[in-house]
Write a protein of this length. Sequence first.
Length: 225
Amino acid sequence: MEDVSRLKSIVELYFNKKYKLFKPKYANGDELNKWFEFESRADFLDSYLDYYRQLPDLKSAIIDGCSSKFKILYEGQEYVLKHTHQEEFEDSDGNIRGVKNIVLSSMAYKLISQEKKLKEAKAFVDVYEIVKTIKVPGFGELSNYDAAIRISSFLGFKPTDIYLHAGTRTGAQYLEDKGLLPEDSLLETKLPIDIFPEQIQELEAFQIENFLCSYKHDLKSLTNY
């Protein structure tokens, strides 16, 4: 029961713990160096995806979805930002890391050619598969998912499964290691909601993807069941 209570408390953090986000730059590369505070990780996810829901057309959703650009209204001022997942940054050795802007532009250009197919999509999985078929070196599985969720937000779709990549896979691995997911779950590329503990099933699939990544270190601290 203590373990169940601990898992529930971690899920509650996703909705109740303040989330602080530091952005060193605007989306255009100009210096910003500002902290943003949101009510929770869940609140930030909804605020950021809401930008794509309100875009005027699919082409805009493709371009901004691939570039990871979004706008938020914060303390009465509008900020044009770039999601951390697709930012370029300089590491401690002076090397440029992250996803290069030329890669993001190339992906957007290629995906615009699939606009007709995207308009015919019936669900998130259709959008995801279309994005996945566009092969642009440097635009990896996390970026594929991110672009798909942003474009799907415009189209009105949500994933019904949890797609595994990067930190999300790590979080799921910790659950599997502790007996909270079936053995060999990580051999799959996506997982259904109903195999997760009931405490986690309170979240929607796109929230679980975000939760597994955001709270992977907390999940690691759980004792084995």
